[in-house]
Design a protein around this ligand. Sequence first.
Ligand code: 5AD
Ligand code: SF4
Length: 443
Amino acid sequence: MINSGTKKLYHIVTYGCQMNSHESEKIAGMLTNLGYQKTDSPEEADVLAVNTCCIRESAETKIVSNIGALRKLKAEKKDMAIIVCGCMTQQKPLSQRMFQRFSHVNIIIGTQNLHRIPEFLEETLETGRRTLAIEDDALKIYEDIPTERYTKPSAYVNIMYGCDNYCAYCIVPYVRGGERSRTPEKILAEIDRLTDDGFSEITLLGQNVNSYGKGLPESLSFAELLREIEKRGGIKRLRFMTSHPKDISDDLIAVFKDRKSLCNHIHLPVQSGSSRILKLMNRKYDRDHYLKVVEKLRAASPDIAITTDLIVGFPGETESDFEETLSLVKEVGFDSCFTFKYSKRSGTKAETMDGHLSDTVKTERIMRLIAVANQEMMVKHKSMVGKTYEVLVEGAHTEKNQVFGRTDDFKLVNFLGPSELKGQYVSVKIRKGMKNSVFGELV
Ligand code: 5AD
Ligand code: SF4
């Protein structure tokens, strides 16, 4: 249905990680300031923004084809403005190709131009001029972009941007630029505003939060920042994403020992269980170091949930390297594993390495890895049966009269209940443990 009223509507399609979800909240904030309202239907939108991801080739191919398919929508609604932004656009040759091929797209901007959306939009609406704006030096921080948050009482807060690690497989440092931290004052002021507004779950975001503070005039470590935030009232759940195992300090582990609002969960991507592959990946730690970090975390907080990311089929990965990944997953007993087939990314170190593996080998390995990871998750989930947990309800499957939410330690819980529970903290007794989630009942 095409919107024929006077209300101006926007729709945002978001791909990728939490960082992108939060950036979409900023796009929403800017569009709201311009008088637009949110619609869930792309057909109705006067402004349609596509916030892209390029971490793996499969995602990128799908997104490019979806953007191409918007041509039809635009033909039916000629005054619709289409904006493409996010990590994918920061690859200049790709953006230039899209700009030429996709005449239905009005604005293509890189990650550093997000704050200029209102200006470019106004221009395209007034003059019909199209914009392609990709900056080469992604090193600035733009503060005070208005933000529209749809996940109350949960909120994302950026503490840093970019990444200096150059893991051999990863495109992020090329599209997001080098590491830069927000000042503690800006972060704490944002958190205070959020808690004043009734937000109680805060997730701190950064590509590598453990190296927070680098380059700031008055340096504060990530552990010190967490302690500062823990001192504030109003926060019930404090989380952070993502940590690099090479930068986990003893001081950070100590914060888990005396944690107050900090949740009993850490996402600690290991990527591989083989020290040889970790070296090729330029991860700067080995299997033993990772296992020691896990041991220290468990000594500090015995029930801490540890989740991870794993890549199979990195160039040169042998069957025995892969078996080391399987054995590491069993040894650690992760609470959840996000598994990926290695994907070749343009400009990365791994792109030109020897020993790229076929998709058949990668598929076979990922299936075996998922089977082992599922077994571990099943054990964790079954151990929850009979116990009662506090769950923050995140959403509803209305057709089943079911809602879902997370425990403090990030377990996904489904239970029967009305959608009005969304945003509330409730007590749920677990009845059944499955591989990806648990099922319980409201008590
Ligand atoms: N291929 C496959 N997985 C990748 N990741 C990052 N780059 C690639 C790639 N080229 C995974 C890593 C990272 C997660 C966000 O995505 O596991 O931790
Ligand atoms: Fe990519 Fe490595 Fe940086 Fe994570 S730490 S964003 S995997 S380069």
